[in-house]
Design a protein around this ligand. Structure first.
Ligand SMILES: *[C@@H]1O[C@H](CO)[C@@H](O)[C@H](O)[C@H]1NC(C)=O
Ligand SMILES: *[C@@H]1O[C@H](CO)[C@@H](O)[C@H](O)[C@H]1NC(C)=O
Ligand SMILES: *[C@@H]1O[C@H](CO)[C@@H](O)[C@H](O)[C@H]1NC(C)=O
Ligand SMILES: *[C@@H]1O[C@H](CO)[C@@H](O)[C@H](O)[C@H]1NC(C)=O
Ligand SMILES: *[C@@H]1O[C@H](CO)[C@@H](O)[C@H](O)[C@H]1NC(C)=O
Ligand SMILES: *[C@@H]1O[C@H](CO)[C@@H](O)[C@H](O)[C@H]1NC(C)=O
Ligand SMILES: *[C@@H]1O[C@H](CO)[C@@H](O)[C@H](O)[C@H]1NC(C)=O
Length: 187
Protein backbone atom coordinates (compact mmCIF):
# COMPACT_ATOMS: atom_id res chain seq x y z
CA UNK A 1 0.00 0.00 0.00
CA UNK A 2 2.68 2.49 1.03
CA UNK A 3 4.81 1.23 -1.85
CA UNK A 4 1.99 1.70 -4.31
CA UNK A 5 1.38 5.24 -3.18
CA UNK A 6 5.07 5.98 -3.33
CA UNK A 7 5.22 4.62 -6.87
CA UNK A 8 2.22 6.72 -7.78
CA UNK A 9 3.78 9.85 -6.33
CA UNK A 10 7.00 9.14 -8.15
CA UNK A 11 5.32 8.63 -11.50
CA UNK A 12 3.26 11.77 -10.88
CA UNK A 13 6.40 13.78 -10.40
CA UNK A 14 7.99 12.34 -13.51
CA UNK A 15 4.88 12.93 -15.57
CA UNK A 16 4.41 16.37 -14.16
CA UNK A 17 7.98 17.33 -14.89
CA UNK A 18 7.45 16.34 -18.48
CA UNK A 19 4.08 18.00 -18.76
CA UNK A 20 5.48 21.02 -20.58
CA UNK A 21 5.32 19.10 -23.84
CA UNK A 22 1.86 19.40 -25.31
CA UNK A 23 0.37 15.92 -25.38
CA UNK A 24 -1.89 16.85 -28.27
CA UNK A 25 1.12 17.55 -30.48
CA UNK A 26 2.92 14.28 -29.76
CA UNK A 27 3.77 12.44 -32.96
CA UNK A 28 1.14 9.70 -32.97
CA UNK A 29 2.97 7.46 -35.40
CA UNK A 30 5.93 7.28 -33.02
CA UNK A 31 3.58 6.47 -30.15
CA UNK A 32 1.89 3.68 -32.09
CA UNK A 33 5.07 1.96 -33.23
CA UNK A 34 5.10 -0.87 -30.63
CA UNK A 35 5.32 -4.64 -30.60
CA UNK A 36 2.88 -4.96 -27.67
CA UNK A 37 -0.36 -3.22 -26.81
CA UNK A 38 -0.94 -1.56 -23.45
CA UNK A 39 -3.97 -3.80 -22.85
CA UNK A 40 -1.71 -6.84 -23.04
CA UNK A 41 0.66 -5.40 -20.42
CA UNK A 42 -1.90 -4.37 -17.81
CA UNK A 43 -5.58 -5.15 -18.13
CA UNK A 44 -7.23 -2.07 -16.65
CA UNK A 45 -10.71 -2.02 -15.19
CA UNK A 46 -13.25 0.05 -17.11
CA UNK A 47 -13.20 3.68 -15.93
CA UNK A 48 -16.78 4.43 -16.98
CA UNK A 49 -19.65 1.97 -16.63
CA UNK A 50 -19.69 -0.22 -19.74
CA UNK A 51 -23.36 0.34 -20.51
CA UNK A 52 -22.73 4.10 -20.69
CA UNK A 53 -19.65 3.54 -22.85
CA UNK A 54 -21.74 1.42 -25.23
CA UNK A 55 -24.56 3.98 -25.44
CA UNK A 56 -22.13 6.79 -26.19
CA UNK A 57 -20.23 4.66 -28.71
CA UNK A 58 -23.49 4.11 -30.57
CA UNK A 59 -24.34 7.82 -30.54
CA UNK A 60 -21.10 9.14 -31.98
CA UNK A 61 -19.01 7.98 -34.90
CA UNK A 62 -15.33 7.72 -34.06
CA UNK A 63 -12.85 10.32 -35.25
CA UNK A 64 -10.78 9.54 -38.30
CA UNK A 65 -7.17 9.05 -37.19
CA UNK A 66 -5.42 12.40 -36.77
CA UNK A 67 -2.93 13.39 -39.43
CA UNK A 68 0.53 13.48 -37.87
CA UNK A 69 1.32 16.93 -36.52
CA UNK A 70 -2.21 18.26 -37.07
CA UNK A 71 -3.85 19.50 -33.91
CA UNK A 72 -7.45 18.44 -33.46
CA UNK A 73 -10.07 21.12 -33.03
CA UNK A 74 -12.27 19.08 -30.72
CA UNK A 75 -12.02 16.27 -28.23
CA UNK A 76 -13.65 12.86 -28.36
CA UNK A 77 -17.42 13.19 -28.53
CA UNK A 78 -17.76 9.64 -27.17
CA UNK A 79 -15.87 10.51 -23.99
CA UNK A 80 -17.60 13.90 -23.74
CA UNK A 81 -20.91 11.97 -23.87
CA UNK A 82 -19.74 9.51 -21.20
CA UNK A 83 -18.81 12.22 -18.70
CA UNK A 84 -22.01 14.16 -19.42
CA UNK A 85 -24.07 11.01 -18.89
CA UNK A 86 -22.60 10.37 -15.46
CA UNK A 87 -23.19 14.03 -14.63
CA UNK A 88 -19.50 14.80 -14.17
CA UNK A 89 -19.23 17.26 -17.05
CA UNK A 90 -21.69 20.13 -17.21
CA UNK A 91 -21.38 23.60 -18.66
CA UNK A 92 -17.82 22.91 -19.72
CA UNK A 93 -16.86 22.13 -16.13
CA UNK A 94 -15.56 18.86 -14.76
CA UNK A 95 -16.84 17.95 -11.30
CA UNK A 96 -14.27 16.22 -9.11
CA UNK A 97 -16.70 14.67 -6.61
CA UNK A 98 -19.00 13.15 -9.23
CA UNK A 99 -16.04 11.83 -11.22
CA UNK A 100 -14.52 10.33 -8.09
CA UNK A 101 -17.83 8.83 -7.05
CA UNK A 102 -18.26 7.10 -10.40
CA UNK A 103 -14.71 5.81 -10.69
CA UNK A 104 -14.85 4.56 -7.11
CA UNK A 105 -17.75 2.36 -8.24
CA UNK A 106 -16.09 1.06 -11.41
CA UNK A 107 -12.36 0.82 -10.70
CA UNK A 108 -13.05 0.60 -6.95
CA UNK A 109 -14.59 -2.85 -7.45
CA UNK A 110 -11.12 -4.24 -8.12
CA UNK A 111 -9.27 -4.65 -4.84
CA UNK A 112 -5.88 -4.34 -6.53
CA UNK A 113 -6.77 -1.02 -8.12
CA UNK A 114 -9.06 0.45 -5.47
CA UNK A 115 -6.22 1.96 -3.39
CA UNK A 116 -5.11 3.97 -6.44
CA UNK A 117 -8.46 5.62 -7.19
CA UNK A 118 -8.48 8.67 -4.87
CA UNK A 119 -4.98 9.88 -5.65
CA UNK A 120 -5.23 9.16 -9.35
CA UNK A 121 -8.53 10.94 -9.89
CA UNK A 122 -7.50 13.95 -7.81
CA UNK A 123 -4.16 14.25 -9.54
CA UNK A 124 -5.66 13.95 -13.01
CA UNK A 125 -8.42 16.39 -12.16
CA UNK A 126 -5.83 18.99 -11.24
CA UNK A 127 -3.66 18.21 -14.24
CA UNK A 128 -6.55 18.52 -16.66
CA UNK A 129 -8.38 21.50 -15.20
CA UNK A 130 -5.16 23.49 -14.84
CA UNK A 131 -4.12 22.96 -18.46
CA UNK A 132 -5.18 26.05 -20.42
CA UNK A 133 -4.68 24.26 -23.75
CA UNK A 134 -7.69 22.03 -22.99
CA UNK A 135 -10.16 24.76 -22.12
CA UNK A 136 -11.05 25.77 -25.67
CA UNK A 137 -12.53 23.53 -28.30
CA UNK A 138 -14.88 24.07 -31.20
CA UNK A 139 -17.16 21.09 -30.58
CA UNK A 140 -16.79 18.29 -28.06
CA UNK A 141 -14.54 19.16 -25.16
CA UNK A 142 -10.97 17.97 -24.68
CA UNK A 143 -11.44 17.91 -20.92
CA UNK A 144 -13.28 14.57 -20.45
CA UNK A 145 -11.05 12.90 -23.04
CA UNK A 146 -7.87 14.01 -21.32
CA UNK A 147 -9.26 13.19 -17.89
CA UNK A 148 -10.11 9.67 -18.95
CA UNK A 149 -6.79 9.18 -20.70
CA UNK A 150 -4.89 10.55 -17.71
CA UNK A 151 -6.63 8.14 -15.32
CA UNK A 152 -5.75 5.21 -17.57
CA UNK A 153 -2.14 6.37 -17.89
CA UNK A 154 -1.76 6.69 -14.14
CA UNK A 155 -3.35 3.30 -13.44
CA UNK A 156 -1.13 1.78 -16.11
CA UNK A 157 2.00 3.36 -14.61
CA UNK A 158 1.02 2.04 -11.16
CA UNK A 159 -0.34 -1.28 -12.42
CA UNK A 160 -0.39 -3.74 -9.50
CA UNK A 161 2.34 -6.38 -9.90
CA UNK A 162 -0.18 -9.23 -10.08
CA UNK A 163 -1.87 -7.56 -13.06
CA UNK A 164 1.34 -6.58 -14.86
CA UNK A 165 2.96 -8.60 -17.64
CA UNK A 166 6.69 -8.70 -17.02
CA UNK A 167 8.19 -7.91 -20.39
CA UNK A 168 10.75 -5.41 -21.62
CA UNK A 169 8.29 -4.27 -24.28
CA UNK A 170 5.77 -3.43 -21.56
CA UNK A 171 8.32 -1.34 -19.71
CA UNK A 172 8.98 0.45 -22.99
CA UNK A 173 5.32 1.51 -23.06
CA UNK A 174 5.77 3.17 -19.66
CA UNK A 175 8.65 5.07 -21.22
CA UNK A 176 6.38 6.23 -24.03
CA UNK A 177 3.85 7.54 -21.54
CA UNK A 178 6.59 9.50 -19.82
CA UNK A 179 7.53 10.91 -23.24
CA UNK A 180 3.96 12.19 -23.64
CA UNK A 181 2.13 9.53 -25.64
CA UNK A 182 -1.58 9.27 -24.87
CA UNK A 183 -2.88 6.01 -23.40
CA UNK A 184 -5.26 5.62 -26.33
CA UNK A 185 -2.35 5.67 -28.78
CA UNK A 186 -0.82 2.70 -26.94
CA UNK A 187 -3.99 0.78 -26.26
C1 LIG B 1 -0.64 16.54 -17.49
O1 LIG B 1 -0.89 17.67 -18.28
C2 LIG B 1 0.12 17.95 -19.24
C3 LIG B 1 -0.26 19.22 -19.97
O2 LIG B 1 -0.40 20.26 -19.08
C4 LIG B 1 0.28 16.78 -20.20
O3 LIG B 1 1.34 17.05 -21.10
C5 LIG B 1 0.58 15.53 -19.41
O4 LIG B 1 0.64 14.44 -20.30
C6 LIG B 1 -0.49 15.32 -18.38
N1 LIG B 1 -0.19 14.14 -17.60
C7 LIG B 1 -0.95 13.07 -17.67
C8 LIG B 1 -0.56 11.92 -16.80
O5 LIG B 1 -1.93 12.99 -18.37
C1 LIG C 1 9.54 1.58 -35.20
O1 LIG C 1 10.33 0.79 -34.30
C2 LIG C 1 11.33 0.07 -34.94
C3 LIG C 1 11.97 -0.83 -33.89
O2 LIG C 1 11.93 -0.25 -32.63
C4 LIG C 1 12.34 1.03 -35.58
O3 LIG C 1 13.35 0.30 -36.24
C5 LIG C 1 11.60 1.90 -36.59
O4 LIG C 1 12.48 2.87 -37.11
C6 LIG C 1 10.43 2.60 -35.91
N1 LIG C 1 9.66 3.34 -36.90
C7 LIG C 1 9.25 4.58 -36.70
C8 LIG C 1 8.40 5.17 -37.77
O5 LIG C 1 9.53 5.21 -35.71
C1 LIG D 1 -5.92 -8.14 -11.39
O1 LIG D 1 -5.43 -9.34 -10.85
C2 LIG D 1 -6.31 -9.97 -9.95
C3 LIG D 1 -5.62 -11.21 -9.43
O2 LIG D 1 -4.39 -10.87 -8.88
C4 LIG D 1 -7.59 -10.35 -10.65
O3 LIG D 1 -8.50 -10.91 -9.72
C5 LIG D 1 -8.21 -9.11 -11.26
O4 LIG D 1 -9.35 -9.47 -12.01
C6 LIG D 1 -7.21 -8.40 -12.13
N1 LIG D 1 -7.81 -7.13 -12.57
C7 LIG D 1 -8.12 -6.90 -13.82
C8 LIG D 1 -8.73 -5.57 -14.10
O5 LIG D 1 -7.92 -7.69 -14.70
C1 LIG E 1 6.13 11.61 -37.23
O1 LIG E 1 7.00 10.50 -37.32
C2 LIG E 1 6.99 9.88 -38.61
C3 LIG E 1 7.86 8.63 -38.53
O2 LIG E 1 9.12 8.91 -37.97
C4 LIG E 1 7.49 10.88 -39.66
O3 LIG E 1 7.41 10.27 -40.94
C5 LIG E 1 6.61 12.11 -39.62
O4 LIG E 1 7.12 13.08 -40.51
C6 LIG E 1 6.54 12.69 -38.21
N1 LIG E 1 5.61 13.79 -38.20
C7 LIG E 1 5.85 14.91 -37.53
C8 LIG E 1 4.80 15.96 -37.65
O5 LIG E 1 6.86 15.10 -36.87
C1 LIG F 1 -25.02 26.05 -16.59
O1 LIG F 1 -25.07 27.34 -17.19
C2 LIG F 1 -26.38 27.85 -17.29
C3 LIG F 1 -26.33 29.15 -18.06
O2 LIG F 1 -25.08 29.74 -18.01
C4 LIG F 1 -26.96 28.03 -15.89
O3 LIG F 1 -28.27 28.50 -15.98
C5 LIG F 1 -26.95 26.68 -15.18
O4 LIG F 1 -27.39 26.84 -13.85
C6 LIG F 1 -25.56 26.08 -15.18
N1 LIG F 1 -25.63 24.75 -14.63
C7 LIG F 1 -24.75 24.28 -13.76
C8 LIG F 1 -24.94 22.88 -13.32
O5 LIG F 1 -23.82 24.94 -13.33
C1 LIG G 1 -23.42 0.00 -14.50
O1 LIG G 1 -24.74 0.47 -14.66
C2 LIG G 1 -25.70 -0.57 -14.57
C3 LIG G 1 -27.04 0.02 -14.95
O2 LIG G 1 -27.22 1.28 -14.40
C4 LIG G 1 -25.68 -1.15 -13.17
O3 LIG G 1 -26.60 -2.19 -13.07
C5 LIG G 1 -24.28 -1.69 -12.89
O4 LIG G 1 -24.18 -2.13 -11.58
C6 LIG G 1 -23.24 -0.61 -13.13
N1 LIG G 1 -21.91 -1.18 -13.02
C7 LIG G 1 -20.96 -0.63 -12.27
C8 LIG G 1 -19.66 -1.30 -12.31
O5 LIG G 1 -21.14 0.36 -11.60
C1 LIG H 1 -10.87 7.60 -0.71
O1 LIG H 1 -11.61 8.73 -0.26
C2 LIG H 1 -12.82 8.38 0.42
C3 LIG H 1 -13.60 9.64 0.71
O2 LIG H 1 -12.75 10.71 1.00
C4 LIG H 1 -12.49 7.60 1.69
O3 LIG H 1 -13.66 7.23 2.34
C5 LIG H 1 -11.69 6.37 1.30
O4 LIG H 1 -11.28 5.67 2.45
C6 LIG H 1 -10.48 6.73 0.48
N1 LIG H 1 -9.84 5.50 0.00
C7 LIG H 1 -8.52 5.29 0.07
C8 LIG H 1 -8.04 3.97 -0.44
O5 LIG H 1 -7.75 6.11 0.50
Amino acid sequence: MANKLLALCFSSIVLFALSVTDVLMMNESLCRNNTVLARNCCRLPGIINQSIVDDCDDKFPHHAPAKPGVKRAEGSCVVDCMYKTIGAFQNGTLDLDITLQHISQTVGQYPNFEPLVNETVSWCYRNVTENPALQNSVGCSFIPQEMNDCVKKMLFMSCPPSNWTTKVECDDLKGKIVEGCSYSSLY
